[in-house]
Design a binder for this molecule. Structure first.
Ligand code: FAD
Ligand code: 2HG
Ligand code: ZN
Length: 473
């Protein structure tokens, strides 16, 4: 029997044959969400407990077989699917989906890594708490994947990204040992922060099996508004006013370019998209208030009045009900899906200091128009965090796959050089995966890359954890 067959046999013994998939349609595990790549797995392995994960990792390490940790497989950078060799296993955490504990006094929840984000939000809400991480993929992404990518989303402006919400982790190391760091402590200065090493490491250092996350009180009211703005400069001015008028009540500030919104109108005609026809950009704002809805509404009115006086808002609607608020958010959250419907596309998940974003967009739009005539810019994102999704869609009517084949490298180089010029980052929230591994080598300093490689070598000397992702050793 070959080593690979022996490994599969021992995995079957460890976690039960029905949880080691080698046949049938494995597309859901081997193709990435964007349909950029379809790999081939030696097996899809679905352990049901931390001890099973540890035993699986030990067996793979002994056989020298690489492991690709996977949660909901909603990642944007081809990081959670196997390569085409058929020699890697996909380690799916989906069966590990229990809430372990909710500590109301400590304001924490401890969950298995395979818990779906939306299920965590709902559990917390039923217990009277807010778990603020919020992404359009929340119905299928897992907390393990959120931690693996240090996901952002639409509430970062107030609550921070996944890293800011995490107090402790349980991790299976690349050697198959279990590190229990589920402390729930808000203060712990006992040396290097191991938790922060694993957050954002995209499965390249170990497997996150559980996490202790922060909870917040549920706000008394959450109000959503949509504002039409005459320019990105105006959107930045509005952001400044929103910080001033709403203070910590400002829990969402998302910008959407007119073309991005037109794709939602085109592909989801059942959605009503107000205001967008008359403005180059619209902004979704959210005000969470711990007093009352009336207080939140009065604050919003004062903000929008001041913004209109200053000319940075030309028109606005404030949602009158939860249904209306959801509809406004749904417009924003539909943009990635509308882009997918429009065809294969190029994503740039970038961050730039907020103050420099309008100039970045002016300069980069012009460079792209000159070098790649007809390419369509889909610009939107988390302006409150200085994070744009500065995406590119093939020219209308063009063969998108052929366009990406020929132009993606050039477009990426142009955009990322501009990002460098403006002091930004080539990945704000989606991570590096395999799509940006080459780019990272150009844009990260040699000193930083050297430290990253040293960490990778120290924690995964065999190089079996998600190889070909984030950093090459
Ligand atoms: P996967 O895609 O399965 O994995 C992602 C990475 O994490 C891989 O490298 C994988 O190896 C690693 N990983 C997964 N689980 C573990 C684990 N238990 N231990 C160690 N490593 C692990 N992202 C944002 O940041 N903000 C957004 O607003 C946002 N919106 C999105 C909207 C849509 C419609 C979609 C499809 C995606 C969006 N994403 C967004 C991207 C994606 O949802 C996030 O990156 C999410 O955190 C991935 O979670 P997942 O469980 O699907 O992880
Ligand atoms: C979002 O903010 C996600 O909607 C996806 O991060 C962004 O598809 C994208 O480029
Ligand atoms: Zn995003």
């Amino acid at each position: 029997m070959s080593t690979q067959n022996e490994l599969i046999e021992s995995l079957r013994q460890i976690i039960g044959a029905p949880n080691v998939l080698t046949e049938g349609d494995l597309t859901a595990w081997v193709r990435d969400w964007r349909k950029r790549e379809t790999g081939k797995a030696l097996a899809v392995v679905r352990p049901g407990s931390t001890l099973e994960v540890a035993a699986v990792v030990k067996a793979c390490a002994a056989a020298g077989v690489s492991i690709v940790p996977q949660g909901g497989n909603t990642g944007m950078v081809v990081g959670s699917t196997p390569d085409a060799s058929g020699t890697q296993i996909v380690l799916s955490l989906q069966r590990m989906n229990s809430v372990r504990a909710l500590d109301a006094a400590n304001l924490t929840i401890t969950v298995d890594a395979g818990c779906v984000l939306q299920a965590i939000q709902e559990t917390c809400e039923q217990a009277g708490f807010l778990f603020p991480l919020s992404l359009a993929s929340e119905g299928s992404c897992t907390i393990g994947g959120n931690l693996g990518t240090n996901a952002g989303g639409t509430q970062v402006v107030r609550y921070g990204n996944t890293r800011d919400l995490c107090l402790g982790l349980e991790v299976v190391t690349a050697q198959g040992e279990v590190w229990n760091g589920l402390s729930g402590l808000r203060k712990d200065n006992t040396g290097y922060d191991l938790r922060d090493l694993f957050i954002g490491s995209e499965g390249t250092l170990g497997v996150i099996t559980a996490a202790t996350m922060k909870l917040y009180p549920l706000p008394a009211a959450q109000l959503t508004a949509l504002a039409a703005v005459p320019s990105l400069d105006a959107a930045v001015t509005l952001l400044g006013l929103a910080h001033r008028f709403l203070s910590s009540g400002l829990t969402g500030f998302e910008v959407m370019g007119q073309f991005a919104l037109s794709l939602v109108v085109k592909h989801f005609p059942q959605q009503r998209v107000p205001l967008y026809q008359d403005a180059p950009y619209c902004v979704v704002l959210e005000n969470s208030d711990h007093e009352s809805e009336a207080h939140a509404r009065a604050q919003f009115e004062r903000l929008l009045e001041a913004a209109m006086e200053q000319g940075c808002v030309t028109d606005a609607v404030v949602a009158e009900s939860i249904t209306q608020a959801r509809a406004l958010w749904h417009i924003r959250e539909s943009i990635p899906l509308a882009q997918a419907e429009e065809g294969l596309n190029i994503k740039h998940d970038i961050s730039i200091p907020v103050s420099r974003i309008p100039e970045f967009v002016r300069v980069t739009d012009a460079l792209l128009a000159q070098a790649f005539p007809g390419a369509r810019l889909v610009n939107y994102g988390h302006l409150g965090d200085g994070n744009l999704h500065y995406n590119v869609q093939a020219p209308a009517g063009a063969d998108a796959a052929a366009f990406l084949n020929e132009q993606e490298q050039g477009i990426n180089t142009l955009v990322y050089e501009s990002v460098d010029q403006f002091g930004g980052s080539i990945s704000a929230e989606h991570g590096v995966g395999s799509l940006k591994i080459d780019k990272l080598e150009h844009h990260k300093s040699p000193v930083a890359l050297g430290m990253m490689r040293a960490i990778k070598q120290a924690l995964d000397p065999q190089g079996i954890m998600n190889p070909g992702r984030v950093v090459r050793v």
